[in-house]
Write a protein that binds this ligand. Structure first.
Ligand code: GLA
Length: 635
């Protein structure tokens, strides 16, 4: 704590000159109703993006033949018809920045079609991809320099020339570059990385040697206190503005890539269509668990237009190659359940058919691309076994039973996990085996090591006349989640990434977001309980929070609210408010821990946006978990 207080102003100071000038002023009262949905809606990502990206297969060794080979296979194999439409270039495409006018030059030795009369251009390539029915993506960085320059020294596809010519990132050129990428070259998507604002401090060897110019870091994945969050947000806001300017039709996709650092797991949803929740995935089971965990409990932070991104698929290599179909299917199932982008990272020219079949499982894809846009919610979680449940647009549930470990698990799936009635039959379709079955009340099944069994389930809903908010996380946005001081999330698996092995001390909890809003649990992953009464459905959030809830045709809102029994203090009174399109609808008197749940309800017919506010009375620095028990929208 003391360290944090000491360091924050320092980091802020580093960036105060040019960066914080653009930081938007904080609204006077962040809990005041706004009547509007504040998560990112620009761009075009109503459904999680699907496609291919060059990085996992080729790192910086990307060229036109590899890229077109991927596009061709996606078309020929039928994956294109199944929704894979982005062909994205990652790091490795730059030659340099021309210093006379700042224009970016392409590595035409690797991309021959870019060699045109006048300046090199990606337009022929994007034209070709568009003609094949694809969308094209490009890659850049918030800083002056890029990730490969910091972490892939020795790679033959690094930018060339003087230090100034090798400054190919957006910093100082955002509008010029975005215009070039979208208006001139015709790209449809951009991934914006963050190594340039992380790895180029004055005392880094690569800077001291004169190779690169210093840029005081405003991002430190290992330290929140050394990350200047407003300054990072300001840079993304600049990207947002340029994208809007140069894409008048709004048809673009923005991918944020700052690896879960700077508390981005809480605010990435406000700045981009997809946002990375962790450092890089690797073709290793443990590493997949880390990146999966970084998104898995963040259902309320993912919505149509602003999805969690646990990184690209690594199916095709290592623990997910054709010799590991169980692991590959698990990886794919989990990404589908989480509404993660489905971005293939394999060399598709040589990918064996059994893996293409995994990418092509239309029933699994349909879960990811379901119109309701609800990320799966954790229904069971212990001893390396998890049950994830996703509410689909037609009222069906998708359920994934995930065995993370190396011993088989004898599991019981219950009607309660699905929020279905236990006295009525539940029909199941196994989306990997195709087998149909049914059960009433509960069902036993054995889940093999590292297997994920995925069913589509049809049953009678326990809440017949509506939907719990925790069943529709895609419609719920914790605009202010009440977290005062971001803290690393201890629930994320700490793996041994291949690139570091067991050198050093091992990975520590590093991804902030602990204490964020949760579906069906408190912000600290406890069951929801008010004065001894438990709720299996509801939203757990901290006091001093404001949630935005889209209302798609429901007539009534109901909830049982109160301070959760897990609050560490019984002294703090909290009042609950409900607003509809900015107008007050209902509220409670101040409630303390131990007081019974109070009903909070209102007619919401015709209301488009509800806001659910929990306000602590007086000045409080305590994190007070509050529970919106059984919060639901009814017909
Ligand atoms: C970072 C990103 C990766 C990839 C590389 C490129 O590490 O997280 O996804 O884009 O940079 O150098």
């Amino acid at each position: 704590m003391t360290l944090r207080r000491f360091l924050l102003p320092l980091a802020a100071l580093c960036a105060s000159t040019s960066l914080s000038a653009q930081t938007p002023a904080a609204p006077a009262d962040p809990l005041a109703p706004t009547g509007r949905w504040s998560a990112y809606q620009a761009g075009s990502a109503q459904l999680p993006p699907m496609g291919w990206n060059s990085w996992n297969a080729f790192f910086t060794h990307i060229d036109e033949a590899k890229l077109m080979g991927a596009a061709q296979r996606i078309r020929d194999s039928g994956l294109a018809q199944k929704g894979y439409r982005f062909i994205n270039i990652d790091d490795g495409w730059w030659l340099k920045r021309r210093t006379s006018d700042g224009r970016l030059m392409i590595r035409t030795d690797q991309f021959p079609s870019a060699k045109v009369k006048g300046d090199p251009s990606f337009r022929p390539l994007t034209d070709k991809l568009h003609a094949m029915g694809f969308k094209a993506g490009i890659y850049s960085d918030l800083g002056r320099n890029i990730c490969s320059q910091a972490y892939a020294d020795g790679s033959e596809q690094l930018p060339q020339g003087s230090a100034a010519e090798r400054e190919v990132g957006l910093y100082g050129h955002t509008d010029q570059d975005i215009r070039l990428f979208f208006a001139d070259w015709g790209f449809d998507a951009i991934k914006v990385d963050g190594c340039g604002i992380r790895a180029y401090s004055a005392d880094a060897d690569r800077v001291k040697s004169g190779q690169y110019r210093a840029l005081p870091p405003i991002l430190d994945p290992l330290s929140l206190s050394r990350s200047n969050i407003p300054a990072v947000k300001a840079l993304f806001a600049e990207v947002n503005q340029s994208l809007a300017r140069h894409n008048p039709d709004g048809d673009y996709m923005l991918s944020l890539c700052i690896w879960g650092s700077a508390n981005v797991r809480s605010w990435g949803k406000d700045f981009g269509n997809i946002s990375r929740t962790s450092d890089d995935i690797a073709p290793e089971w443990g590493r997949m668990l880390t990146t999966y965990d970084s998104s898995a409990r963040r259902a309320l932070y993912a919505h149509p237009g602003s999805w969690n991104d646990p990184d690209m698929l690594f199916i095709g290599k290592g623990d997910f190659d054709a010799g590991h179909l169980t692991e590959a299917k698990s990886h794919f199932s989990l990404w589908a359940m989480m509404n993660a982008p489905l971005l293939i990272g394999a060399d598709l020219r040589t990918t064996p058919q059994p893996l293409i079949d995994i990418f092509g499982n239309a029933d699994i894809i349909a879960l990811n691309q379901d119109a309701a846009g609800n990320q799966a919610v954790m229904a069971f979680d212990a001893d390396g076994f998890q049950i994830l449940v996703k509410t689909l647009a037609n009222g069906d549930k998708a359920v994934a039973l995930f065995n993370r470990g190396l011993a088989p698990v004898d599991a019981t799936l219950t009607a309660e996990h699905l929020k279905f009635r236990a006295d009525r039959p539940i029909a199941l379709a196994n989306l990997w085996s195709g087998e149909k079955s049914s059960f009433t009340k509960d069902m036993k099944l054995r889940v093999a090591p590292r297997e994920t069994v995925v069913f589509r389930a049809k049953g009678e809903r326990s809440l017949a006349e509506g939907l719990y908010l925790s069943e529709q996380p895609g419609m719920v946005n914790p605009a202010v989640d009440g977290v005062v001081q971001p803290e690393p999330d201890p629930m994320i698996y700490r793996s041994i990434p291949g690139w570091r092995g067991t050198k050093g001390i091992g990975e520590r909890p590093m991804y902030a977001g602990w204490g964020g809003a949760m579906a069906d649990f408190t912000p600290y992953n406890q069951p929801l309980v008010i004065a001894g009464k438990g709720f299996t459905s509801g939203i757990g959030i901290l006091a001093n929070s404001r949630m935005e809830v889209r209302n798609r045709g429901f007539a009534r809102f109901t909830a049982q609210v109160g301070v959760d029994d897990s609050a560490l203090t019984a002294d703090q009174p909290v009042r609950f408010f409900l607003y509809g399109d900015g107008r007050p609808l209902a509220s409670t008197p101040p409630l303390r821990r131990g007081q019974p749940a109070q009903p909070l309800a209102a007619d919401v017919k015709g209301v488009k946006l509800l806001e659910l506010v929990a306000r602590a009375d007086g000045v409080t620095t305590n994190a007070v978990p509050v529970t919106w028990g059984d919060a639901a929208l009814l017909r």
